[in-house]
Design a protein around this ligand. Structure first.
Ligand SMILES: NC(=O)c1ccc[n+]([C@@H]2O[C@H](COP(=O)([O-])OP(=O)(O)OC[C@H]3O[C@@H](n4cnc5c(N)ncnc54)[C@H](OP(=O)(O)O)[C@@H]3O)[C@@H](O)[C@H]2O)c1
Length: 315
């Protein structure tokens, strides 16, 4: 019988949880073994995990009994909710509450809850400059996670509050450089002169692995992570070097960005306004030396870009 401790991983078929499963597998002599949680063990991503020899179990954040069973016997649990599936803060809150109760009931010794800052500390809903979203939020996918911290704290389950940040993979989904009508590449973000903390998504799971491996050192604490903090001009310079042609940085104001009519444009406009106005605290909370201690393979933006340049190359 294996003496290894089980880490039950929500989101194992996705970006954050998948990174943690791979980080555990990357350390075959380490103390942990993953248990991958998915709603559908027959999906291509779940079957790929089975191929790697991972124990895959079905459970849902919408079904507390299933989740408790998925956590039973586990030492640790990684809990991530996917706001973007419902785009509802209330759904995200309910799912997080379910996970906290299930982890407590199963007697899990260490939960990592993937959370984010409460942007209302910088952009209160009384601030007339930003639209209030879903009745009580400035950036629902941040604020609901921050509100959900209380479920883990109040449940009494030993928890670490892991705060990731903007995935650089997002640059491959339309936020990277685009070719303007004059043929030049333009990198457009409503970031002003502020720094944007970013991270390679694979490093979130790797860093979570470091938190589990540190035992109870980070239980009860918030660990805020990033790979690097760069200004828009610095991102543009890195894109230019990787793409082999100039890239102009074009900062929009938050209002200009919100008025573009993009999907979830208010949500993202408010988020970037938070990054700019809350820059000092957001960047300051993310100590890259600490992150590198937890995850010695932590990638810089340029090292990530070297591997992913084709994903961001515009036509
Ligand atoms: N994109 C960014 O820059 C960024 C930055 C910081 C934080 N975030 C946050 O990251 C979260 C998404 O994480 P991700 O990027 O790792 O997600 P992802 O790659 O889109 O994958 C979503 C994962 O969630 C699982 N899932 C969804 N609903 C579930 C349910 N009801 N029960 C159990 N599992 C469920 C899915 O599993 P199955 O489909 O297999 O069941 C899948 O593994 C969002 O809440 C977002 O706000 C994103």
């Amino acid at each position: 019988m294996s003496a290894k401790k089980i880490i039950s991983v929500l989101g194992s078929t996705g970006a954050q949880g998948g990174g943690l499963v791979r980080a555990i597998l990357d350390d075959p002599d380490g103390p942990f073994v993953p248990r991958a949680v998915t709603r559908n063990a027959g999906s291509a991503n779940a079957r790929a995990l089975v191929e790697l020899g991972v124990d895959v179990v079905e459970a849902s954040l919408e079904d507390e009994d299933s989740l408790r069973a998925a956590f039973e016997g586990a030492h640790g649990a990684y809990v991530v909710t996917n706001f973007w599936e419902s785009m509802s803060a209330d759904v995200e809150l309910a799912q997080a509450a379910t996970a906290a109760r299930a982890a407590k009931a199963a007697g899990v010794a260490h939960v990592i809850w993937s959370t984010l800052e409460d942007t209302r500390e910088v952009l209160p809903v009384s601030d007339q400059r930003v639209p209030v979203l879903q009745g009580r939020y400035s950036v629902p996918h941040f604020d609901a996670k921050a509100d959900a911290d209380a479920f883990f704290r109040d449940s009494g389950v030993p928890a670490t509050f892991l705060r990731p940040t903007f995935y650089w993979e997002g640059f491959a989904q339309g936020t990277g450089p685009q070719r303007g009508e004059d043929g030049r590449l333009v990198f457009t973000l409503p970031l002003g002169e502020a720094r944007l903390s970013g991270i390679a998504v694979e490093d979130i799971g790797r860093t979570a692995y470091g938190v589990f491996a540190a035992g109870d050192e980070y239980v009860g604490t918030t660990v805020s992570i990033a790979g690097e903090h760069l200004t828009g001009a610095q991102y543009a310079a890195a894109f230019a070097d990787a793409l082999g042609e100039p890239v102009d940085y074009r900062p929009l104001t938050p209002d200009q960005f919100r008025s573009l009519g993009l999907p979830a444009g208010d949500e993202f406009g408010n988020m970037f306004q938070f990054y700019v106005e809350g820059e000092y605290d957001f960047v300051g909370a993310r100590d890259l030396d600490l992150v590198r201690t937890l995850n010695p393979r932590l990638q810089t933006f340029r090292s990530w870009l070297a591997e992913h340049v084709e994903t961001v190359r515009p036509a």
